[in-house]
Design a protein around this ligand. Structure first.
Ligand code: HEM
Length: 265
């Protein structure tokens, strides 16, 4: 068992609202392109696209706030120190830096493949990219949405700047998720064509041992492997996850192609 039900639901809200935000933000940014105008015509104009964008933005903001509340509860109420350091933390440490260089050496055939713990360095990077992105994109988005309110304490030029910041950070997030995140998580040889663990919550023991050898060895040493045994997912869940996952990857890759074609034309 790798992910709890709550973590899987949170990821589901995250990826579906992100796809919605990308699919509605891109036509706003590249509004001159043929596909953006076609989409706008199909849904009732650019005003409707902006409405859907704001709808997804509110849902994503709520998911982010639930996550932050969960983190605060774990620190303040349960005094969980593992959030900040140790093998279950998302905070980067010296081993992550060594793993990054070790991995590069392995890619070039110059050294052995590093062994990873619960979260590999690129998984921590993905997490912080989203966390940081939420703050920057969220703040700039709400500043545009409620500009008269923000104008009480932000100078006029800052309200122009937030559009540029929102637009560029949004584009960066879209390009990163639909290329690097997809490849690192799903399309790399170890997981190809898709890593199902974030949908089903479980992976096979062989997969666990191969992908997170250090975490597996640590649990085996402490005699705690049993505590991580999970139910094999039911067939309907596997099939449903495959349909949802492949659809998400297909939409993401399509948006990536449309973005690149609009950007360079
Ligand atoms: C989470 C809270 C968010 C809020 C409140 C928000 C709000 C907005 C608003 C109000 C606009 C319209 C700006 C205008 O009037 O021209 C906009 C545009 C845009 N948004 Fe968001 N957004 C959010 C998240 C995102 C995310 C996560 C992405 C990327 C996936 C994104 C990508 C874009 C893009 C590319 C534009 C077009 C900017 C341009 O015209 O150059 N937004 N957003």
């Amino acid at each position: 068992m790798r992910f709890s039900r709550a973590q899987r639901y949170l990821h589901a809200v995250l990826f579906s609202t992100f796809l919605g935000l990308a699919a509605t933000g891109l036509p706003l940014r590249f509004s001159e392109s043929i596909w953006a105008r076609g989409l706008a015509r199909g849904v009732g104009g650019f005003g409707a696209i902006l409405f859907f964008h704001k709808f997804c933005a509110v849902a994503l903001t709520l998911a982010f706030l639930v996550h932050v509340k969960d983190l605060i509860t774990r620190v303040v109420v349960h005094h969980e120190k593992g959030i900040f350091w140790g093998s279950t933390s998302m905070v980067a440490n010296l081993k992550d830096v060594k793993d990054l260089f070790g991995h590069m050496r392995w890619f070039l055939g110059l050294g052995p493949k590093p062994e990873f713990g619960r979260y590999a360095y690129w998984e921590k990077f993905d997490y912080w990219a989203v966390f940081w992105g939420m703050i920057v994109i969220g703040f700039s988005g709400y500043a545009m949405w409620f500009a008269p309110f923000f104008a009480h304490f932000l100078p006029g030029w800052a309200l122009n700047a937030v559009l540029v910041i929102h637009s560029e950070e949004g584009l960066l997030a879209i390009l990163f998720i639909f290329s690097i995140h997809f490849v690192n998580t799903h399309l790399r040889p170890d997981s190809f064509p898709m890593d199902m663990v974030v949908f089903t919550g479980v992976e096979s023991e062989d997969e666990f041992k191969k992908k997170r050898a250090l975490e597996y060895a640590g649990l085996a040493r402490q005699g705690k492997l049993e505590s991580r045994l999970g139910e094999a997912p039911q067939t309907w869940l596997v099939n449903f996850s495959k349909v949802v996952g492949f659809t998400a990857i297909f939409i993401g890759l399509t948006l990536l192609v449309l973005t690149l074609s609009a950007y360079f034309s």
